[in-house]
Design a binder for this molecule. Sequence first.
Ligand code: DSN
Length: 415
Amino acid sequence: MPKLSKQDTQIAKLIDLEAKRQKESLQMIASENHCSPAVREALGSVLTDKYAEGYPGKRYYGGNQYIDMVENICIDRAKKLFGVEHVNVQPHSGSPANAAVYVATCLPGETIMGLALPMGGHLTHGTKISFGGKFFNAVQYAVDEKTHLINYDTLAKMVLEHKPKLIWVGATAYPRFFDWKKLGEIADSVGAYLAADIAHIAGLVAGGAHPSPVPYVHIVTTTTHKTLRGPRGGMIMVTAKGLKKDAELPKKIDKAVFPGLQGGPHENAIAAIAVCLKEASAPAFKTYAKQIVKNAKTLAEELKKYGFILMSGGTDNHLMVIDLRNKNITGAEAQDLLESAGISANRNSIPYDPAGPFKPSGIRLGTPAITTRGMKEKEMKLIAGWIDEVISNPSKAKKIAQEVKKLCKKFPLPK
Ligand code: DSN
């Protein structure tokens, strides 16, 4: 960063330090990844200087001839990759995308349903402190106390009882596949809109490593920076089923994003999303997506051998949630300890967590970023061993951090 280093040493130095941290430690926060330098170049381009309120062909500012082409390419790539009818690529991230879905489909006070946050759901799916829970009558569903899986029969009964206008399915800490077909039938039983929030699994869906919700749901929302490996951003997609239910849905969604909730779109981010969608359409991305899951499964099985208890007993996707109660350590303590050993992870609630959301009993681990570095099953076994070693013996943290650093050197970040 030759210009920045000269002009603002303070910020340049901090960016350098963060780059070093990422380079020399393992990023295992399930929602993080390392995007390509090509994505970062588009993100840092002159497109950041341009106002483009409106949509391609209908902007409120002049000079958008190239911006329109960029946004159209992004939309076309997303439509093709996910097999959907309509895409809005302007949401600044996942929460604004979900907010737009509420605005497009519900009136304030109407009933919506979503998986509760402490059960692995997302803040925007009806949590009391977030807009979904504040402005709508949010009914929260749970996972089964024993299996930690969504119980579709219980959900079907709840849906019949509450007759929601909108049902959210999606998660931040649910390690298993969703049964989209069943969920589609459940939503149809009361004529509800069904929205799949695939923020965590978008890259797995694009790469064929997770079943796609597209045939069964009306709306799909996602962020673009998790398994999809793009810049921070969001997208809202309308499926063929969505269009059949409500031909006006694309228009309602577009109006909800702009002018409903946002002003000028971040066209530099949209260009970077377009780049990431091109990358995700290449055959190599399928291999990447499958390796993420292979790595998560290996890591999960290895951790179980060390006596770790996993939510639902394992994983089908890119993440796992570990119940640490038998290890006599809280999620927060484990997070700090792992950090000092060069492993970045986040504390997380486990289903029916007796410790509450502020001092949860679990930790969440994910494999998207370490898979981007090229790590495979062999490295997962090493990492599981280090996790066990440091949790059982915190004095080993420094030694493990050195070993992590050596491993990271062998698996450099994307260049
Ligand atoms: N904050 C994200 C996560 O870590 O899962 C979800 O939005």
